[in-house]
Design a binder for this molecule. Structure first.
Ligand code: GYE
Length: 333
């Protein structure tokens, strides 16, 4: 509207009327639940509720989102929920009140979002799920979900192990460090891994506990596993950080990680890749945190009322020690 400053009063009135009609027309043509409630100054404001700062993955994800917002000219309001759903709900309600144009968030757990998502929908603010999804039956509560296939990551980890242990004649004892209880990546990685290892009845999960995706959690739970179980052959950790924490517990127990205990993780952040290159980890299923550019692109599209795919899956790979050595020099996070 700044350009109209020099116009005379009647022209200004006509221009205001025209723009009101135009905005009304656009809203009528587009999806009525998009567009947000803020003044249309041409700039998109995004309210983003982040899970926390629990892992190297999360730090890289936060950096990606902040840098991409700046590059895309999107004004970002950012909140760190410290792994608490109540904090995320509070942040989302604040964003609704502030009439942001788009809300994006990575839900700490899968369940319990319907009420707040309905509030956003009623306020006409589109929601984009990124990284983790929700289990809401009503898919109209969000526009799209951008992120990894966590079941696949678990399955790839399990399939690698099945191949490694195909000649095992006796039981192979596996312990599992899960992500935070109720999180999509914890539920799904457990599922995919479990399904894959069912191919060989010798492969048995003898203990499985949440380590909350943190190094401290991984270390503490691994200590308990080592105390309670004489023979542990394999550790499957739902992320690198828990695996890295577990390394300390394993070494302190006088065992050699990567040799006495085969270690499989998910993520492939730099520290995890270094442990893999050093032979302390044996296999990593990649999960990319670099979701920022695609997220900003989607925000622009939903703000403009354009259709977007309901699901956008991140492309990922897996790494062995040799592949980690090769990839490490160019690893960005
Ligand atoms: O694997 C883990 C992080 O949701 C994919 O959360 C993400 C997971 C990631 O804490 O390191």
């Amino acid at each position: 509207m700044g350009k109209m400053r020099t116009q005379s009063a009647p022209w200004r009135a006509a221009a205001v009327l025209a723009s009101v009609l135009l905005v009304g027309g656009v809203a009528a043509c587009g999806n009525s639940d998009t567009g947000g409630g803020s003044k249309d100054d041409g700039k998109i404001t995004m309210g983003f509720s982040q899970v926390g700062a629990e892992s190297g993955w999360r730090t890289a994800n936060t950096t990606s989102i902040k840098e991409s917002a700046a590059a895309a000219g999107i004004e970002l309001k950012f909140d760190d929920a410290q792994q608490k759903q109540e904090n995320q709900i509070k942040a989302i309600r604040n964003y609704i009140q502030q009439k942001v144009d788009v809300i994006a968030f990575s839900p700490v757990v899968e369940s319990g979002w319907d009420t707040v998502l309905k509030e956003a929908k009623d306020a006409g603010i589109p929601v984009i799920l990124t990284d983790r999804s929700v289990d809401s039956a009503d898919k109209s509560l969000y526009k799209t979900f951008l992120g990894s296939d966590f079941v696949k990551e678990g399955r790839l980890a399990g399939e690698w192990l099945v191949e490694q242990k195909k000649t095992a004649s006796g039981p192979v004892n596996i312990v599992e460090l899960q992500g935070n209880t109720g999180a999509a990546p914890a539920n799904d990685r457990k599922k995919g891994f479990g399904e894959a290892i069912a191919a060989n009845p010798n492969l048995k999960i003898i203990a499985s506990q949440p380590g909350d995706f943190t190094r401290a959690g991984g270390k503490q739970v691994m200590e308990q596993f080592l105390k309670a179980n004489k023979q542990i052959d394999v550790l499957f950790a739902h992320n690198d950080d828990m695996g890295l924490g577990a390394l300390e517990a394993i070494t302190a127990a006088g065992k050699v990680p990567g040799k006495d205990i085969t270690i499989i993780t998910v993520d492939a952040v730099k520290d995890g890749m270094q442990a893999l290159a050093d032979g302390k980890f044996n296999f990593i299923a990649e999960c990319s945190p670099l979701l920022g550019p695609q997220l900003m692109d989607l925000a622009k599209k939903v703000h403009a009322g354009e259709e977007v795919p309901a699901r956008i899956e991140t492309q990922e790979t897996t790494f062995t020690t040799e592949q980690a050595k090769e990839a490490l020099p160019n690893r960005k996070y």
